[in-house]
Design a protein around this ligand. Structure first.
Ligand code: ACO
Length: 430
């Protein structure tokens, strides 16, 4: 028997089918509710609204579970590479050895951007935030590679545009950084794998070549894997919403980068380090900061704590905390901010305010310390998140493009503005 849900409103009863996912997620398919009843469901922030069925990522926020295409994040972080995870997210299955080799080679060979695009980078002021530059430049790809933007792309066309974006994003990210510090751009090297290639573009200077450091490469690779997807978060939903109008992948991802930039989302890793620095410069007065975060009127939040979905622990935070310890130890770095973070976490986890609201450290709490230890400047942190999240955005965009039932995204509202009133010409207004 088909499982159903009944909604009684305005003296009438409406019946809708219950949909269950492979992990027993349950939803009520009530897309026709307004048509049937003239009521809408009101859900600000979409905390209870499913906008699609998706086969990419599974999260159980109560149990702290995160899986990409069925594979646990812990196994991927430990045993996989970022390029392999990107392939998995985009294509749906793990690659065979020859598929991975050719995907990797393709990413290296297509990492160069059109030479004329350099002029855009040169035009930005040095004070420009690298996220602003990255978002703009990803959109600009649409102007430089129009041959990739077919109105009705085939399977192969989609794979090509996805590969181009994945290959070029790290070059554009590194160029954004070089622009803001006023150093010459370093071109990608086709013989280097994904992560070392990026680090080489970031840290090779006119006087010194970047020396590949395996510990840094491992740490950054794991960071990117942990950020690669997180189902219908703010930026992925933005990519899907923009893409639902059939906007191309570059335009859709550019919008996703803007959504990610906000301090409540991908901008949080930068804000965490700034918060830790502030506590450090205030002589380590944790309690003062915690009290401020608990006082609603202050407008302050404890950055790196809380999550819309995880209400027990964020599995990525566990992995990244260990990684931060290992990296700093192996590099012999003594970062006072790590001690502050550890102490802050300890105090907060015993505080009733945070316990009652189920606010635990999220992935951003320790990730900034890893990026700092690698030498990546604070305002590049959200850019690093964007590089990591790109395979997820691409996978969501493709999933939607290929879904024959997908529709343009168009939420409803409850209008609370003025009732109808007559226009008053300017000369008659008092
Ligand atoms: N510090 C202090 N109080 C908090 C915090 C925080 N970091 N997070 C939530 N709260 C409080 C809220 O004030 C609210 O209290 P109330 O019930 O008394 O009104 C309660 O906890 C619930 O908070 P909401 O804002 O409703 O939770 P929501 O799910 O909408 O927000 C979010 C989640 C945005 C992540 C929030 O916890 C937050 O702002 N955290 C800090 C920013 C951050 O770290 N963002 C990164 C998220 S992870 C990522 O994007 C990769």
């Amino acid at each position: 028997m088909t499982e159903t849900a009944k909604i009684v409103v305005g003296g009438k009863e409406y019946t809708y089918p219950v949909i269950r996912g492979t992990e027993n997620d349950k939803g009520i398919d009530m897309g026709s509710f307004r048509k049937d009843s003239s009521y809408i469901s009101l859900d600000p922030g979409y905390g209870n609204t499913g906008a699609c069925e998706s086969a990419i990522t599974y999260i159980d926020g109560e149990k702290g579970i995160l899986r990409y295409r069925g594979y646990p994040i812990e196994q991927l972080a430990e045993q996989s590479t970022f390029v392999e995870v990107a392939y998995l997210l985009i294509h749906g299955e793990l690659p065979a050895a020859d598929e991975l080799k050719s995907f990797s080679q393709d990413l290296s060979q297509h990492s160069m951007i059109h030479e004329d695009m350099k002029n855009f980078f040169l035009g930005f002021p040095n004070t420009g935030h690298p996220m602003a530059i990255l978002s703009a430049m990803v959109n600009v790809l649409s102007a430089y590679y129009p041959e990739l933007l077919k109105p009705d792309p085939s399977h192969d066309d989609i794979n090509i545009i996805a590969r181009e974006l994945l290959a070029k994003v790290r070059t554009m990210a590194a160029f954004s950084y070089k622009k803001t510090i006023g150093e010459p751009f370093v071109y990608p090297k086709t013989n280097l794998p994904y992560v070392p290639n990026f680090l080489n573009m970031m840290f090779t200077t006119p006087t010194q070549d970047y020396q590949i450091d395996d510990i840094e490469v491992k740490a950054l690779r794991t960071f990117l894997i942990l950020h690669a997807d997180h189902e219908q978060n703010c930026s992925a939903s933005t990519v899907r919403l923009v893409g639902s109008s059939h906007a191309n992948l570059f335009a859709s991802v550019s919008a996703g980068i803007s959504a990610l930039w906000g301090p409540l989302h991908g901008g949080a890793n930068q804000k965490v380090v700034e918060m830790l620095e502030q506590i450090h410069s205030n002589g380590g007065h944790y309690q003062k900061h915690i009290d401020l975060a608990k006082d609603k009127k202050s407008g302050v939040r404890l950055m790196g704590f809380g999550h819309r979905v995880y209400k027990n622990f964020d599995p990525r935070a566990k992995i990244i905390k260990n990684l931060a310890h290992q990296l700093l130890k192996k590099k012999g770095v003594k970062d006072p901010l790590l001690d502050i973070a550890i102490n802050l976490e300890e105090i907060v986890l015993k505080d009733d305010y945070f316990i009652e609201r189920k606010l635990y450290p999220n992935v951003d709490f320790y990730s900034g310390l890893i990026l700092r230890a690698i030498g990546i400047p604070t305002d590049m942190f959200p850019v690093m998140f964007a590089i990591g999240r790109l395979p997820g955005w691409i996978a969501h965009w493709i999933e939607q493009v290929k879904d024959p039932n997908s529709k343009i995204g168009r939420p409803r509202q409850i209008y609370v503005g003025s009732k109808k009133r007559e226009f008053v010409p300017i000369e008659k207004r008092s």
